[in-house]
Design a protein around this ligand. Structure first.
Ligand SMILES: *[C@@H]1O[C@H](CO)[C@@H](O)[C@H](O)[C@H]1NC(C)=O
Ligand SMILES: *[C@@H]1O[C@H](CO)[C@@H](O)[C@H](O)[C@H]1NC(C)=O
Length: 623
């Protein structure tokens, strides 16, 4: 596909000038601005993985940048892939290359699929765009755009945790405060510090319903970043606690992770720190150590016991306390004295590396664990016993994903499928129309049906059908099909959606593109080319009234249809690369006789192989 894409681009004169330097990226004819990342994937046990799609949000640098040419169009932002690394949705064009963090499916709102993420604050001298928490529906339309309504400077990038039912969501809070340093034994000294905490927001309005801050609750002496002789800081101040996740349990209490105190804080709904796990003042007897942790989550909670998960990255720029980062499941018992924290599962990073750049741990419903190790989008899935099932990372070293998640998801985009069609040929007798089709965000598309019509408002005629093979699928149809459209169908043949009617692109100069006469070819009537052929091929007689195309019912014989699709697919595969190679050579000015011969041959073959079953050629339904 990539080969043909590049050749086509050359033939068209340049859609992607830089494609050859970007082997880590995927380009598409139908979404020319998108540059999606490729994944390198290794499966250790394919059968044991959980169902679902991957949710990642690649970024290059954390800080928003001055608008420049540095980013290619539609590069960074939210993406969905399937477990083969096939792109499902590129959301990068939606936000003009703004960084997006914590992108995931929010399947806990109702019985529909939703998406949530943080859109980072924009680069603006005036700071007017502080970023938002977003919730989209399964059509990729905005449901909630949660603004910063208090005096904070930005929507913090670490967490947008939509709580069950979707009425509220948690976010992290960072705020500069001025304080004396009595916690360091220097009551006369003062410093700016950046306090950390959490807010619970109304997703409709952004109103802050609950706020907890470390200011005056967690003093600077808890920090691993501050020592008793640290000189005071100017504004904004010491990042002494650095919160990076927030969760809430069914009791209504909160779990806050702070990287620079190496501590998880259990905060009651009244705002009291009930206990600390880890760090200088841990309240637990622990059979393990952790540090620089990320993404702490309640898995089960009652008044006395909690099962939590988090990523122990055990490392930062300044050094590492352990040899490898790990995903931890920890059982807490608060009924005993001292309270106990016991590791119930530890999953080491499969490559034994250290995650220095964020990350997350996701307990999947089937007992598997999905871990985002962050740098270069490295992610792995593990069985309940910790056994490695899959690892994947971006082919690119240029991008990371703050977190990576796996969720079941149903995407039904409100925008229609994208189609690009182009016509080629050396004479009126061997015209060929090439389709490229994709549907950004659509899950469950199994195959594509291709339609043509004689004029824009004409009746659609089915000219072919093929399996969806990748994010973008190519199909070659006989003849010069001037007005085209496509229909997406699922594996049971159900209609999922259809494109608008598009006009086929023609070579700018037919003769330079290899057309052998001085005239310019005119479009074929698809009904004449496809329906009359069929009429002749078929033994049973059909009334010509079939050509009226007002019959919108489609009754496919599944077996016949599958065979026909397979044949058509094989034909396309067989001739696609060679045909395009020849067309390219032709546009460069050679091989004319060979092409003519080849296309004549192909025409014969095509007529022989194109499925001739009447039911294959139903019109696109009109609703
Ligand atoms: C709380 O959970 C623990 C661990 O699952 C369990 O042993 C205990 O019985 C539970 N307590 C209550 C009151 O349900
Ligand atoms: C780290 O690795 C070294 C050498 O392999 C080993 O001696 C040490 O015990 C390891 N440390 C930890 C915390 O696992």
């Amino acid at each position: 596909m990539r080969f043909t894409t590049v050749l086509l681009s050359l033939a068209f004169g340049s859609v992607f000038a830089e494609a050859e330097n970007d082997d880590d990226l995927i380009s598409f004819v139908t979404l020319p601005k998108v540059r999606a990342l490729k994944f390198d994937i290794t499966y250790q046990d394919r059968d044991a993985i959980a169902p679902g799609y991957w949710f990642v949000a690649p970024y290059g640098v954390i800080d928003p940048e001055v608008p420049t040419q540095q980013w290619k169009p539609c590069q960074v932002g939210p993406y969905i892939y399937d477990t083969d690394g096939m792109l499902i949705w590129a959301g990068s064009c939606m936000f003009d290359n703004r960084n997006v963090f914590d992108f995931k499916a929010a399947n806990n709102i109702d019985d529909q699929s939703h998406l949530s993420f943080i859109l980072q604050h924009a680069f603006h001298d005036d700071g007017s765009d502080k970023g938002y928490g977003y919730i989209l529906d399964q059509h990729y339309d905005e449901e909630y755009k949660v603004p910063v309504t208090n005096n904070l400077g930005a929507f913090n990038m670490h967490e947008f945790n939509v709580l069950d039912g979707g009425k509220t969501a948690l976010a992290c809070l960072y705020r500069s405060e001025y304080t004396d340093l009595s916690a360091l034994g220097r009551p006369e000294d003062h410093s700016w510090i950046v306090s950390g905490g959490l807010v619970e927001l109304d997703t409709k309005t952004g109103e802050v319903l609950f706020e907890w801050s470390s200011f005056n609750n967690v003093l600077v002496d808890e920090s691993v970043k501050v020592s008793t002789d640290s000189p005071g800081s100017g504004h904004p101040g010491w990042d002494y606690i650095h919160v990076n996740s927030a969760d809430k349990n069914t009791l209504g209490d909160y779990l806050l992770s702070a990287r620079f105190t190496g501590t998880l804080y259990y905060i009651s709904k009244e705002g009291e720190i009930v206990w600390r796990l880890g760090g200088k003042y841990s309240d637990f007897d622990m059979d393990f150590t952790f540090s620089k942790q990320h993404h702490a989550r309640f898995l089960e909670s009652n008044a006395t016991h909690h099962l939590i998960s988090f990523l122990n990255n055990a490392s930062d720029e300044g050094g590492n306390e352990e040899n490898a980062s790990s995903a931890l499941y920890v059982q807490l018992d608060t009924t005993v004295s001292p309270m106990t924290a016991r590791v119930v599962r530890r999953i080491n990073r499969p490559d034994n590396g250290l995650t220095r750049l964020r990350g997350n741990v996701q307990a999947l419903p089937n007992g598997n664990t999905f871990v985002g190790w962050s740098e270069r989008g490295y992610q792995s899935e593990h069985a309940a016993d910790g056994k490695l099932l899959m690892e994947a990372k971006f082919a690119s070293t240029r991008f990371s994903s703050y977190r990576s998640y796996k969720y079941p998801f149903t995407g039904r985009p409100s925008s229609p499928p994208d189609v690009v069609s182009s016509v080629y040929g050396t004479s009126e007798l061997d015209m060929t129309t090439i389709f490229h089709v994709s549907w950004n965000g659509a899950t469950d598309v199994a195959s594509w049906r291709f339609y043509a019509r004689a004029f824009e408002g004409g009746s659609p005629v089915l000219v072919g059908e093929t399996l969806k093979t990748d994010f973008e699928t190519m199909y070659i149809a006989e003849g010069y099909m001037d007005w085209v459209s496509v229909e997406a169908v699922d594996k049971d043949g159900n209609h999922l959606g259809k494109s608008e009617v598009h006009k086929t692109m023609t070579p700018g100069n037919w003769q330079h593109a290899g057309f052998q006469t001085e005239s310019t070819p005119g479009p074929d009537d698809p009904a004449a080319l496809y329906l009359i052929e069929e009429q002749e091929d078929n033994d049973d007689e059909h009334d010509m009234g079939d050509m009226d195309m007002d019959d919108t019912e489609s009754h496919l014989d599944p077996e016949k249809a599958a065979k026909a699709v397979e044949k058509a697919y094989e034909m396309v595969r067989g001739v696609g690369g060679l045909l395009i190679f020849i067309l390219l050579a032709c546009s460069l000015g050679g091989l004319v006789a060979g092409i003519y011969y080849y296309l004549r041959q192909r025409r014969l073959r095509a007529y022989y192989e194109v499925p001739s079953d009447e039911t294959e050629r139903q019109p696109l339904e009109s609703s």
